[in-house]
Write a protein that binds this ligand. Sequence first.
Ligand code: COA
Length: 250
Amino acid sequence: MSDFVTESVESSIQILCFNRAEKKNAITLEMYQALTKALRRAEQEEGIKATLLYGLGGDFSSGNDIKEFVQIAQTPEKMEAIMAFLQVLSSYKKPLIAGVEGRAVGVGATMLLHCDLVLASREARLQFPFVPLGLVPEAASSHLLPQLVGHQKAFEILVLGEVVEAAEAYEMRLVNHLCEEGEAYKMALFYAEKTAALPVEAVALSKDLLKHRGQDDVQMALMREGRIFKDRLRSTEAHQAFAAFLSRNK
Ligand code: COA
């Protein structure tokens, strides 16, 4: 397990926390690998009935580590770690529940599209700034978000990269319930426990039924986006955007 991802099990619930608060829980390749491994293990472990995702320190996640984007551009094979994580996340058979405080940016926001229940603080802010970074949407968001909100709204969110406030995310049905700031973990755990108390096989079969229809499209979107994303990482537009972020004056 990476130092930046913590794992614990409570009442048959696997709790995975991003633990890199000083970088707003930006996700590194090592973190993707740890998350992938933990999810694969939990999927096989009978004792685990649901997985809860949470970001420690007040933010869910600021998305992919931008410094590492520069390295991945030079060594594209490194992107496999991201793809493996998205693969396991998008096909995960057990209930996935997220508790969101603060910022959820980039993959920190797109991963929510794969969760079964999302509980967020009223102060949470989601953002999908792929295009401003010279990139394209990932994690099948180019497929899942238009399905949820329609093309025009999805364009505003995925192309303009506009911030989505918690109340709007709730209106869009990307978030199940809102809570007071600082309460998202508690509320997510409550829903995880509620889910875990249900008959396990019936839950798994129902999740499969709910997801079944769109699964091929999701996997195809993941691959299509992945190919383009890899190329975009090497683009001048992306390099300029990464350099601007890394050298910005705060
Ligand atoms: N990758 C690498 N480092 C990141 C990061 C990321 N995605 N997000 C934040 N950090 C780092 C900052 O560089 C800063 O590091 P420093 O203290 O060494 O300078 C630290 O985390 C704190 O971030 P800061 O920007 O000072 O916090 P903030 O509260 O002012 O803003 C965000 C928070 C999330 C809005 C802002 O950090 C941001 O926009 N991050 C980039 C998000 C992004 O574009 N992600 C990729 C999407 S594909």
